[in-house]
Design a protein. Structure first.
Length: 461
């Protein structure tokens, strides 16, 4: 049995039975049969209606969905409510973009050989989608990996994070209440061996993964020939702060970007490179603000930073901070655990370049501040890791901003905003070892469909 525990106090929320290979086979067979029988495909107008009803039902259950997400995932109540509202918006965006899954006319008669022909493309569902999700946005990530598949007309099987499956179950129940036919969305709670069988089956046409790079790249290597995929891993988001940056604007952004959901976000502010003329002030003020953050029970509306997802993650973050301090980093605030499940928001000054907090994704409430003299060198250090996702630069100089955006190795660079900014209709994803493919509601829908070309030959054309 899988025990779902509260990340804050480790109390039991619910027990769920694991399924094995036989249940995985049943799920795959059902999804594949739906895809093969085109008479059972859901027409676009029905998909739109189902998703519109889904959004309406979700809107009537905001409080319930918020508490479920906060309780199982540990994200503070107010932030979890924002996630639920984003998820509802994501469903609406998916419904709106179904009409954009369209082909185009291909010009003919441009050569003698292409005379008397009419050609155009259409887009059709790619096939069975398998989605493996992460814990840190237990509802909104499911929307991005499940609702997009349904909008594209694909049967989908989802494996939610084992720590946070309840939000996924709630969404599937709502989809069924909204009229989604049986078999079009199935959830699987299984351990690694059965999960690998699910992902690597040749009947899977598209694999969506959000999680650790080690697992994602391993599963990609095992995919059946022809299976497309999108992998979203982590980063160690760098921020460049120039001497002319507006501190009153930048400090709240750094605070939010670094400590939102206790830093358990793949694009959390992690490495902040600050010009030497202002870096003491930036570091000290950021530390003062971090020290004032309220850490505690995510269901308490006063809480600003909740627990880490598992006690072993607190152990890991503590060990990484201790390593950095032993190597010469200065702790400006925090630096130690509060309890078995919570870690104090921490600001470290100039950790050495070779310690874990400087070279790996922290995924915890720790922000590192480094001083620099030369911006080119700061950019070089920022780019030196294998992970490249989102980055940021703070400056009032448009030329400096554009130059920095050009030189930072990232899929997205925020100017005068924190690295964790995202809206659900923008492209989102890592590059290099941080991932492959691009998320965002309409981008995922496009990936989950494929083109078909029709060429008509007629003497009348």
């Amino acid at each position: 049995m899988l025990k779902i525990l509260s990340p804050f106090d480790q109390s039991l929320i619910q027990e769920i039975p694991f399924v094995g290979k036989a249940e995985v086979e049943l799920a795959l067979s059902a999804a594949y049969a739906l895809f093969l029988d085109q008479s059972k495909w859901i027409p676009p107008h029905e998909r739109i209606a189902i998703l519109e009803r889904t959004a309406a039902i979700m809107s009537s259950k905001i409080e319930e969905l918020t508490k479920t997400a906060a309780h199982e995932g540990g994200k503070p109540y107010l932030d979890s409510k924002v996630e639920v509202l984003r998820a509802i918006s994501g469903v609406k965006i998916a419904a709106e973009h179904i009409s954009q899954l369209k082909g185009e006319e291909i010009p003919m008669s441009l050569t003698k050989a292409s005379e008397n022909r009419l050609a155009f493309t259409t887009r059709e569902p790619i096939g069975v989608v398998v989605s493996v999700s992460a814990f840190n946005h237990p509802l909104n990530l499911i929307v991005h990996q499940v609702i997009t598949a349904i909008a594209a007309g694909c049967p989908v099987i989802v494996k939610p994070a084992l720590t946070t499956p309840l939000s996924c179950f709630a969404l599937i129940e709502i989809l069924e209440e909204a009229g989604l036919p049986a078999g079009w969305c199935q959830a699987i709670i299984c351990e690694n061996e059965a999960a690998e069988l699910l992902v690597t089956d040749k009947r899977v046409n598209y694999f969506s993964f959000i999680g650790s790079a080690k697992v994602g790249w391993f599963l990609k290597s095992k995919l059946a020939p022809g299976t497309r995929c999108a992998l979203e891993h982590g980063g160690a988001a760098p921020v460049i702060v120039e001497e002319d940056a507006d501190l009153n604007d930048l400090l709240p952004d750094l605070l939010k970007g670094g400590f939102y959901h206790a830093g358990q976000v793949c694009v959390s502010v992690q490495r902040v490179f600050v010009h030497e003329n202002i870096y003491p002030k930036v570091a000290e003020r950021l530390a003062e603000m971090a020290a004032d953050l309220v850490v505690g029970d995510p269901l308490d509306e006063k809480t600003e930073v909740g627990p880490l997802i598992l006690p072993r993650e607190v152990d890991r973050v503590e060990a990484w901070v201790n390593q950095a301090v032993a190597a010469g980093a200065e702790v400006l605030t925090g630096g130690k655990r509060i309890s078995e499940t919570c870690f104090k928001p921490t600001v470290l000054l100039n950790p050495p370049a070779n310690v874990n907090v400087s070279t790996q994704e922290i995924f915890g409430p720790v922000v590192c501040v480094y001083s620099y003299t030369n911006r080119e060198q700061a950019i070089e250090i920022a780019n030196s890791l294998d992970v490249h996702f989102q980055a940021a630069v703070f400056t009032k100089n448009i030329d400096v901003a554009l130059d920095t955006v050009k030189k930072l190795n990232a899929t997205a660079v925020m100017v005068n905003d924190h690295t964790a900014f995202r809206v659900d209709w923008m492209p989102f994803g890592g590059r290099d070892s941080s991932g492959i493919g691009m998320g965002g509601i309409q981008y995922s829908m496009h990936e989950m469909s494929r083109e078909k070309l029709m060429v008509i030959k007629s003497k009348l054309l």
